[in-house]
Design a protein. Structure first.
Length: 166
């Protein structure tokens, strides 16, 4: 839906060199779908982005963070590596900038290789982003594209959402 609503933003994100990933066509709980429904959700979103930009996405983040082996296998069948977060900014709760900064910068899971969940449309994220990046850099972290952090083969996802090499 986001691709249809903000096509110029999608193009700008790609032009700026950012990774682009798939969260499905209609943001349904993928583990509650049949395999064919799951595949359809992934492929529809993929086709929208591909037709708009010519770009073939390879990163998939299950909506709501809900996944099971079937979801991961279906994503793999579509050519995707699944990505989860291990630090949640909780920006979607609209508690404000300070809450976002605390949820990330003081998170017990924050460490080398952490993937932080943030939402582009969250009420306070735009106001928090500069301070969040500066705070992470002050703690010694470097911001890199998620594609540089993940395994694309021979991995499984643990209960914390981290990939573990097989």
């Amino acid at each position: 839906m986001w691709v249809e609503k903000y096509p110029e933003d999608v193009k700008a994100i790609l032009a700026a060199g950012h990774d682009m990933g798939n969260e499905s066509e209609s943001y349904k709980n993928m583990s509650g779908l049949t395999s064919s429904e799951c595949l359809e959700e992934i492929q529809k979103a993929h086709t929208r982005v591909q037709e708009l930009t010519g770009y073939d996405m390879t990163l998939f983040r299950p909506p709501y963070g809900e996944y099971d082996n079937k979801v991961i296998s279906n994503a793999r069948e579509c050519g995707y590596s699944s990505v989860m977060w291990d630090v949640d900014s909780r920006d979607w709760k609209d508690y404000g900038v300070d809450a976002i900064l605390e949820n990330v910068l003081e998170n017990e899971n924050l460490g080398s290789g952490s993937i932080i969940r943030c939402h582009s449309g969250a009420k306070y994220m735009a106001d928090a982003l500069d301070s969040l990046i500066r705070g992470l850099e002050k703690q010694g972290y470097e911001i890199v594209p998620v594609s540089q952090l993940i395994y694309t083969e021979k991995y499984h996802m643990n209960e914390e959402g981290r990939q573990v090499e097989n």
